[in-house]
Design a protein around this ligand. Structure first.
Ligand SMILES: Nc1ncnc2c1ncn2[C@@H]1O[C@H](COP(=O)(O)OP(=O)(O)OP(=O)(O)O)[C@@H](O)[C@H]1O
Ligand SMILES: [Mg+2]
Length: 503
């Protein structure tokens, strides 16, 4: 396959074969061309040259509908759901007909989603609005929808998952991997894109590595190692990183006092109190939807709490405008970059100053300072190694990891006193993750208070000086960095271990 976007070659004569019954991992740096290749297979991007064969027969370049009819389904990197519709309605939108050509009813869609969910351990509330789901639950919905599509076509031939694990906790990842292995055993060819080498080793039978739009190699997983994969991917050896934890003694920058948030009469954050000092990274662990993201939204002014107070450097900011916060003291890397972080259709130039456009640096008496804005964008693009054809490029045409870099570049540039980072390295490749971790530690060492919300326990354990655990909207425990390990945290997140309750 070959596909160009203007001057950028996303896929350069790439060959890939995926066998029945295998889990095939696709690996490569941000912008290497992984999503493009899979979008071609799924029919959502047309190649410039190349052939596609299913079961040995050339099938031309399918449309998405034809792909689904052939039993090829894809869970995208950017989830494809309608937020204003319910779970069942979203499924009905893409699965309109039953096996015997009858029109599917909403009740049937709902029943089958529940049934598939029960069978695979992917529970969903079919009457919930998608907008109200956590990002992990949205992914669950996409997987269930693919399974239903496959069921109706008499079996999934190919299931493609583009970075699904970036949205899941360890336990959820394990469950997903069991599902993928079972699907493969039943004759589905599974392709999974991930940046985590341990996941590649754990779930795949073979790995294909892309670098700079080309295929470097395809190897059986059993004959390779994480070290070799890392080297193949980036062309150099990767060194493990080590972060020195700090025990800050400065005054708290952030104080959250008994914050409660009720949403549609459901309590999603329940009387949470915590504080973060200058020069401290406090990690928030919890399964997706435990209230951690809503809490982050309250602190950054995206949402109002029902009761409680938020104090920032001694100032009560519970009711202040988000604009006031993000222009001055608060950097926010939101959970869902597409919705809360970037304007997809706007250029990089503008995304780099979103929310900061009133800074003197970028405007004078209401007139934007074009040259300063362009220089700013060019500098951050370089610093964060963003793969782009220029600062005019609309954000949504960047690869997923490169979009995340734009967001991080803008927010970390601010030198804010408080950084609220939700899944900051989501979708970043190994080198990018290393870079952002170093930048966060740098910010901590210059005295920023950092609240790190992440589903990635490795990330939490590597960076946090102190860890707190949320479950069902409550703060259920607290651990200093030295006492935390994945098992202990996992148990606390599930609520099945005796925990030290934070005061
Ligand atoms: N619609 C588009 N318009 C312009 N350029 C595009 C478009 N889609 C992809 N590209 C470019 O093609 C290249 C490959 O992108 P792709 O999304 O396939 O990368 P990826 O390997 O999935 O990366 P990531 O790990 O960051 O998701 C990137 O340089 C990207 O900017
Ligand atoms: Mg991608």
């Amino acid at each position: 396959m070959t596909r160009r976007f203007g001057p950028v070659t996303a896929n350069d004569d790439v060959d890939l074969d995926v066998h029945v019954g295998e889990v095939h991992a696709l690996l490569g740096e941000n912008g290497a061309g992984k999503s493009t290749l899979m979008n071609i297979v799924f029919g959502s991007v047309a190649p410039d040259a190349g052939t596609l064969e299913v079961d040995g027969e050339p099938v031309g370049w399918p449309t998405t509908r034809q792909a689904i009819e052939r039993g090829i389904c894809m869970v995208h990197q950017h989830l494809m759901l309608v937020p204003t519709l319910t779970v069942a309605e979203n499924v009905l939108l893409s699965v309109m007909w039953t096996e015997n050509g009858r029109r599917m009813s909403l009740a049937e869609a709902s029943r089958r989603v529940t049934e598939i969910g029960e069978r695979h351990g992917l529970p969903l509330d079919t009457s919930a609005l998608v907008d109200d789901l956590s990002i992990g639950e949205k992914l669950r919905l996409e997987v269930v929808r693919s399974l239903l599509q496959g069921e109706i076509r008499g079996g999934l031939r190919v299931l493609i998952l583009d970075e699904p694990t970036a949205l899941l906790t360890r336990q959820e990842i394990e469950r997903l991997f069991t599902i993928l292995r079972n699907l493969a055993a039943d004759g589905t060819a599974v392709v999974i894109i991930t940046h985590k080498l341990n996941e590649v080793m754990e779930v795949s039978d073979r790995v294909t590595i892309l670098r700079d739009a080309r295929r470097v190699r395809t190897v059986p997983t059993s004959s390779t190692s994480p070290q070799e994969l890392g080297t193949l991917m980036v062309g150099r050896e990767l060194r493990p990183r080590r972060v020195v934890h700090s025990t800050p003694s400065g005054p708290p920058v952030l104080d959250v006092l008994g914050v409660t948030v009720a949403d549609h009469h459901r309590v999603v954050v329940d009387d949470v109190s915590l504080s973060v000092r200058a020069g401290e990274i406090v990690g928030v662990a919890g399964v997706a939807g435990s209230g951690q993201d809503v809490l982050a939204e309250c602190i950054t002014g995206l949402r109002r709490s029902t009761s409680g107070a938020i104090i920032l450097s001694g100032r009560d900011v519970t009711r202040v405008d988000r604009r006031d916060l993000i222009e001055n003291d608060v950097a926010h890397v939101p959970e869902d970059r597409k919705v809360d972080g970037l304007v997809g259709s706007a250029s990089l130039r503008h995304n780099f100053i979103l929310g900061l456009h009133r800074w003197d640096e970028f405007q004078r008496r209401g007139w934007m300072r074009g040259r300063a804005i362009d220089q700013h964008a060019a500098r951050l693009s370089g610093e964060f190694e963003i793969r782009t054809r220029g600062i005019d490029q609309p954000a949504q045409t960047l690869s997923g990891g490169n979009q995340q870099r734009v967001l991080l570049g803008r927010e970390l540039h601010k030198a804010a006193s408080l950084i609220v980072a939700c899944g900051p390295t989501r979708g970043l490749d190994i080198a990018g993750t290393e870079y952002v971790w170093n930048r966060l530690v740098e910010q901590r060492d210059r005295g920023a208070a950092i609240l790190l919300v992440s589903l990635d326990l490795d990330e939490l354990l590597a960076l946090s000086d102190r860890l707190i655990v949320m479950q069902g909207g409550r703060l259920v425990g607290e651990l200093p960095a030295g006492e935390a390990d994945p098992e202990r945290l996992g148990l606390m997140m599930g609520g099945s271990a005796p925990v030290a309750v934070a005061s």
